[in-house]
Structures are given as C-alpha cells and as structure tokens.
Design a protein around this ligand. Sequence first.
Ligand code: NAP
Length: 296
Amino acid sequence: MAASVIDGKAFAEGLRARVGKAGAAFEAQTGRKAGLAVVLVGEDPASQVYVRSKGKATVAAGLESFEHRLPVHTSQADLLALVARLNGDEAVDGILVQLPLPPQIDEKAVIDAIDPAKDVDGFHVVNAGRLAIGEDALVPCTPLGCLMLLKDRLGDLSGLEAVVIGRSNIVGKPMAQLLLRESCTVTVAHSRTRDLPAVVRRADIVVAAVGRPEMVTGDWLKPGATVIDVGINRVPAADEGRTRLVGDVDFASAAGVAGAITPVPGGVGPMTIAVLLRNTLVAAHARAGLPPPEDL
Ligand code: NAP
C-alpha cells in the first residue's frame, strides 16, 4: 500500500496564517508589531537566500522585520556589540544570527550572547537546558516543525517507538527531547550505531536528520511507520549539469512501506520558517507579560 504524503507546505501555510492572526491581535493589545531581527555576516549565497525568505515571510505575516547585513570581515567584537544592541531594543522580540559564521567568529560565543528570551532559534544553552528538563523553552524551529507534522498526522504519540537518526544540537537532540516529552520511547541513532536498519525497523516514527542522500530505504522500515525526512541534499539530476533536491530517505522505496511520509522538497523544509515566525510571536507574548498565543 502506498504511503500517504504529509504536505508540509500546506501545514506551514496554515501555521503562517494563524501567526498572522495572532500577530494582529498582539498589535491590537500592545500597540506595536512583534519584531524579528535577522543578522547575516558575509555573502554566502545559501544564507542570503534564507535571510531574504525569512524577511519576506516575516513581513507577509504582518510582523516587523529588521535585517542587519554585515561584511564578511566583521570582527567578533562588532557582532557581539550588535547582538547587545538588539538584546536591549524593545522593538525586537526575536534575534536570529544566520549560521554558519565566518571563521574569525566563535559561533558559540555569539549564540551565548543572545538574550534567551529572544533566542527564537532555540540554540542558547538556557533554552536547550529548559527543553531537556521539561520546562517551557524556545525550541529549535526544524524539530518543532517535525513534531507539529507528527501530531497533526498521528494525534497522541504516547507509547510509540521513535527512532531519530542524527544527534546534532539543531535537529537530532532537540527532536529526541520533544518526542520524549510526548512520551515516545526514543532511540537516537548516529554514525556509530550498529546495524542501523535493524534499529530503524523497530520504529513507529522515524525522523531522518543525517545529511546523506536517500540513505534510508524502504526495506529498513516497519510497515505503516510514519517517516519524517529532514535531509536536504543536492545531487546531480538526470539532465547533465543540473541538480535536484533529495532527502535522507529514498522516497520511492520508502513510500511503498511507510504509512505516511514527508516529501523533499515540500515536507519539513517549509515548516522551519513558519515555526520561526511562531517562535517570534511566542517570545513577543512572553516579553509583554501576556499568556502564550492560542492555536500556535
Ligand atoms: P549534522 O550536524 O551534520 O548531523 C548529522 C548527524 O547524522 C550526526 O549526528 C551524524 O552522526 C549522523 N550521521 C552521519 N552519517 C551517518 C550514518 N551513516 N549513519 C547514521 N548516522 C549518521 O546535520 P544536521 O544539521 O542535523 O542536518 C541534518 C540534515 O538535515 C541535513 O541534510 C541538513 O541539510 C538538513 N536540515 C534541514 C533543515 C530544514 O529546514 N528542513 C534544517 C536543518 C537541517 P555523528 O554525530 O556520529 O557524527
């Protein structure tokens, strides 16, 4: 039986519309728009595309967008001074410093300098710690987006076997924490995991966040499993000189075994920016002393 395809693009559009409504209500209550500041250092083409689309999506949702573009040779001190200024700026609810940063800058020092209340990427150690001990936190956007898709599809996740492949701080680890918070039985697999196909075959939920094109194949899956493919990998296309995007899961073989699966593109990808806007609004409410927005 063919898996049903989880439409992340449609879910993300719905979330963005709900953010827009909640943003308008926030503005009516406080007299100002929630604001997101995005900082880009250098001219990395992929980062420029991300920053442009984040800015556009912020404005489209009716939030205030502040863009700071700094030259590639910016010193760590100058970047930290900008972060300090944004920390103190009342109009800024969320601060996102686009990674990766040029080699003269210590990424950890910059993330540590962001006010945890404005850390909409959820990378600050305070937010990572709060998530780990089950307190309210700003949670990294991609794994939170994956969780939203899972809950939308499956409802209650309690008691399900979940296997997360990948243990990065931005995807794998927070994903595992979120699934644990939902009372899944969670296994985190990584490059040293023995017999990965056998580990994955136990799972009702598979989240692949590896960065290896089409690594997870249908014969690794338990029939009916729900598969969330976080991978974004550019590979050569059939026409010479062109490329195409694929995930960490071999969609063709996996779709014949899974119960539901996210495509690449159009699955997890569109969720990341939508959750970033959601996090900005959540941060804005907390900073204004308001209860968290409903329905986000
Ligand atoms: P990362 O920091 O490179 O982490 C990759 C993880 O995969 C590591 O934990 C690594 O294990 C594990 N791994 C590598 N090879 C493996 C193998 N053969 N078997 C099992 N595990 C293996 O990557 P990331 O930042 O988490 O991103 C993962 C993927 O998600 C990438 O394709 C990235 O482009 C994509 N991504 C997408 C979004 C989105 O918006 N959709 C956002 C973020 C990332 P070790 O720890 O043992 O090295």
